[in-house]
Design a protein around this ligand. Structure first.
Ligand code: PLP
Length: 387
C-alpha cells in the first residue's frame, strides 16, 4: 500500500515536473526567445499514456491531455445537469481566435464549419453555370466532389504538378489540398497563386493535411478550409473556413442559420435581419463539444509554434523515408510530414499491425504521419517491423 502511494507520488511529481517544463517551454516559445521547445517535456505532460508507434495523424490526430481534461469537464457538467453554454461560447471564440493567429488572418476572416465538404459545397454552389474548376488528380473527395455533385460546372482534373500551368483565362477557380491525403505531396501553392492571379481565377486551399505542421498564410488565398481533427489534434466537427475580404461577395449565405446573425441569440426566428460582419456570416452553427476540445488543442499548437512542430515532424518523416528507402519500399520524396511507401511486400501491413504501429493504407500505399507526440523510437519501431 505504502509502496503504491510512493509510486503514485513519484509519478505525480514527474508529471508535474513535465507539465512545468512544458509550460516553461511554451512560455519561452510565446515570448519569442531562442530556446527550442522540448518535445520530450510536452510529450510527457500531454501524452503520458500513448503507447509507442502511433504514426497516423493524417487519419486522426491524438488529443493532448489538456483537451481530454477540457472535454471531460464539459461532459461531467452536462451529466450533472449543468450544461454551460457560456463555457462553450468561450471555447468557440478562443478556437476561432487561435486558428486566426495560426493562419495569420484577422479573426473576422474565420468562419466555423463542421466538415470540409460543406464549406466546399458553399463555394461550389456560388459558381456560375459552366464555370471551369481545376483540381488535382486524386485529391480528397470532400474537396472535389462538391463541384462534381453540384452539376453544370466544367471540372478539369489535372496532375498535381500541372495545376499551375492548367490555369487559363476561363478558369474560375482552382481547388487544391496544400498536402495530399493520398501520398503526402505538398502543392506548389506559390505557383498556383501566381497563375490564378495572372488569369483572374480564385483559389481554394484545403489545408486539412497541412495546418498544424506546415506554415500557411490563409490570407494569401480566397478561401481556405481546414478540418481540425488531424494535425490540429481536435475532435471531429471543429472545422474552419477563411474567406478573404475581397472574396466575401462571391458567396451567398444560403447555409446561414441563427448563428450567422450579428447577434445569434436575437436571430433565432424568421429571416435573419442583420448578418454578422466579415466571414462570420458563413458560420455553420458550431458543434459545441468539438470546439471545447479544439480551443485546448489549438493552444498547444500555438505554444509550440507551427515552425517548431514542422521541424520536429519533418525530422521524423525524413528518418522514416531514409529507412524505407534503404529497405526498398520506394517512399514518395519529401519534404512532407506524410510519408507514403509505394512498394512493399504483401506481409507489410500485418507486420506493422502486429508491432502495434498506427498507419493507414491509402491509394495502394502504406501511409505514415508522425506528429508532435512521436519520437525517433516510434519511427524505428515501424522500420524494425518492416525490416
Ligand atoms: C485533404 C482532406 N480534406 C478533407 C478531409 C475531411 O473532409 P470532411 O471534413 O468533409 O470529412 C480529409 C480527411 O481525410 C482530408 O485528408
Amino acid at each position: 500500500m505504502e509502496a503504491r502511494t510512493e509510486t503514485q507520488t513519484a509519478t505525480e511529481t514527474a508529471a508535474a515536473a513535465a507539465a512545468a517544463a512544458a509550460a516553461g517551454t511554451a512560455a519561452a516559445a510565446t515570448a519569442g526567445t531562442a530556446q527550442a521547445p522540448s518535445f520530450a517535456a510536452v510529450q510527457a505532460a500531454e501524452y503520458p499514456d500513448v503507447p509507442a508507434g502511433y504514426l497516423n495523424t493524417a487519419a486522426l490526430g491524438l488529443a493532448p491531455a489538456r483537451t481530454v481534461a477540457a472535454l471531460r469537464q464539459a461532459l461531467d457538467a452536462m451529466a450533472a445537469g449543468r450544461p454551460d453554454v457560456d463555457t462553450y461560447e468561450e471555447a468557440v471564440a478562443a478556437s476561432r481566435a487561435s486558428y486566426a493567429r495560426i493562419t495569420g488572418v484577422p479573426v473576422e476572416r474565420v468562419a466555423l464549419a463542421s466538415t470540409v465538404a460543406e464549406s466546399v459545397g458553399l463555394i461550389a454552389a456560388a459558381l456560375p453555370r459552366g464555370a471551369e474548376v481545376v483540381v488535382p488528380e486524386g485529391d480528397f473527395s470532400s474537396l472535389v466532389h462538391p463541384f462534381a455533385g453540384r452539376g453544370g460546372l466544367d471540372l478539369r482534373i489535372v496532375p498535381l504538378d500541372r495545376v499551375a500551368e492548367a490555369v487559363r483565362g476561363r478558369t474560375a477557380l482552382v481547388a487544391v489540398s496544400a498536402a495530399q491525403s493520398a501520398d503526402g505531396r505538398v502543392a506548389d501553392l506559390a505557383a498556383i497563386r501566381e497563375a490564378a492571379a495572372a488569369h483572374g481565377a480564385r483559389v481554394l486551399v484545403d489545408a486539412t493535411q497541412a495546418v498544424g505542421w506546415l506554415p500557411l498564410r490563409a490570407g494569401d488565398y480566397d478561401y481556405v478550409v481546414c478540418h481540425a481533427y488531424k494535425w490540429l489534434l481536435s475532435p471531429h466537427g471543429a472545422c474552419f473556413l477563411t474567406v478573404r475580404e475581397e472574396a466575401e461577395g462571391t458567396l451567398a449565405t444560403g447555409f446561414a442559420g441563427w448563428y450567422a446573425g450579428e447577434d445569434p441569440w436575437r436571430s433565432c426566428y424568421g429571416p435573419i435581419e442583420r448578418l454578422a460582419p466579415g466571414a462570420r456570416r458563413f458560420d455553420a452553427r458550431p458543434a459545441y463539444l468539438p470546439f471545447v476540445g479544439a480551443a485546448a488543442s489549438l493552444s498547444l499548437i500555438e505554444e509550440l509554434t507551427v515552425e517548431a512542430v514542422r521541424a520536429h515532424d519533418l525530422a521524423l518523416a525524413d528518418r522514416l523515408r531514409t529507412g524505407l528507402a534503404s529497405l526498398g519500399y520506394a517512399p514518395v520524396p519529401g519534404p512532407s510530414a506524410i510519408v507514403c511507401a509505394t512498394a512493399y511486400p504483401s506481409s507489410a501491413p500485418d507486420r506493422l499491425t502486429r508491432a502495434g504501429i498506427g498507419f493507414s493504407l491509402r491509394a495502394g500505399s502504406l501511409r505514415f504521419s508522425p506528429h508532435l507526440h512521436n519520437s525517433p523510437a516510434d519511427v524505428d519501431r515501424a522500420l524494425n517491423a518492416l525490416a
